[in-house]
Write a protein that binds this ligand. Structure first.
Ligand code: SF4
Ligand code: MG
Length: 335
């Protein structure tokens, strides 16, 4: 059984302009101690997917279809008798069985509460411990995430830490209750390049030490390269390709995945990065066919009309694109 199982998930947002279909029928799972990357541009639905899993959708957002289960337990609101029961269950799950590392530590940390108290509170919310035990655990966690002289720094406020150190504190808080699943949403985007690498190393180390599963959400394929076993590529609210790290990096099938790979900075090559021209589809009126059609260098007539069929290349590698079908037909005609 997978640790996390998402099936046919659909998420809508109600806005003044109409209904935005942000996530459109996606399915994936995450196994025990597996690291999965969800990669796509902003607006692709990657963060919305994970906020849905955590039960943290904004007030105008709702899951309109599908299921999410953690360890075999259904955790979408529709599985609970009422909203109160759902919130109570999620309070037990969040920060305990699954924890989230956010992009901007300052939106998560309380600026007027000392760091030590913010860590011990998360521990005490889920574990029966004395104040002294919680404090000792906080010091241990701060040491583990590489914060020097934790005993002294326990009494400091968030603004007294650098951006990189604050992200380490967020990681310490996420790890506080030994979660089975850690969800990191663009955890290094706000940091400079050297610190980014250190924070990614830390997440990798912690994952290995604690044997937990990780979902890494990012717009940058480079970020998931060394961390993730499996990668999902999202575009226009759909998963357009999924594969092992090797399959995605060495045998990408979807034109969008290939485009993303050209945006990855390679320090060995002095090539210029090629951003993908154009902008993502308007999910107020999702396209009938392939969501990438307006930007795809290989688009065909069929792409605009019909949603691409999914081709399976291996047990881990799938891609939704009409090219495979077109190539097969060409082969038939010539053979
Ligand atoms: Fe491009 Fe067509 Fe494939 Fe979409 S289905 S990615 S438009 S070739
Ligand atoms: Mg996002």
């Amino acid at each position: 059984m997978a640790l996390l199982d998402v099936k046919n998930l659909c998420v809508d947002f109600h806005t003044d302009q109409g209904t935005v279909h942000a996530v459109r029928d996606i399915s994936f799972s995450v196994g025990e101690s597996e690291a999965v990357g969800i990669v796509g541009e902003s607006g692709s639905g990657k963060s919305v997917t994970m906020y849905s899993v955590m039960g943290l959708l904004a007030g105008n957002g709702s899951i309109t279809g599908g299921s999410v289960s953690l360890n075999g337990q259904e955790i979408t609101e529709s599985a609970f008798p009422d909203h109160k029961a759902y919130e109570a269950a999620m309070d037990q799950i969040r920060g305990n069985q699954m924890a989230m590392i956010f992009q901007d530590p300052m939106t998560f940390l309380n600026p007027v509460v000392k760091i030590g108290k913010q860590i011990t509170e998360v521990i005490k919310n889920h574990q029966k411990v004395t104040d002294a035990e919680a404090r000792a655990r906080a010091i241990e966690l701060m040491g583990q995430v590489g914060i020097p002289s934790p005993e002294k720094r326990l009494n400091q406020y968030p603004h007294e830490f650098s951006g990189g150190m604050r992200q380490r504190i967020i990681i310490a808080i996420a790890l506080a209750n030994n979660p089975k699943l850690i969800i990191a949403d663009e955890p290094t985007t706000a940091l400079d390049v050297t610190i980014q690498a250190q924070v990614l190393d830390l997440i990798r180390d912690m994952k290995e030490k604690m044997n937990s599963s990780v979902i890494m959400i990012t717009h940058d394929l480079g970020v998931v390269a060394s961390l993730c076993d499996r990668i999902l590529i999202m575009y226009g609210g759909k998963i357009v390709e999924s594969g092992s790290d090797r399959e995605i990096f060495y045998d990408p099938k979807h034109p969008y995945t290939r485009g993303l790979l050209q945006c990855v900075h390679n320090p060995e090559k002095k090539e210029k990065l090629k951003p993908i021209a154009g902008s993502p589809p308007d999910l107020l009126k999702p396209p009938a066919g392939c969501p990438f059609v307006d930007r795809c260098p290989e688009a065909m007539k069929v792409c605009k009309l019909y949603m691409p069929e999914v081709t399976t290349y291996s047990a881990t590698h799938q891609c939704a694109c009409w090219l495979e079908e077109a190539n097969r037909r060409k082969g038939e005609n010539h053979g």
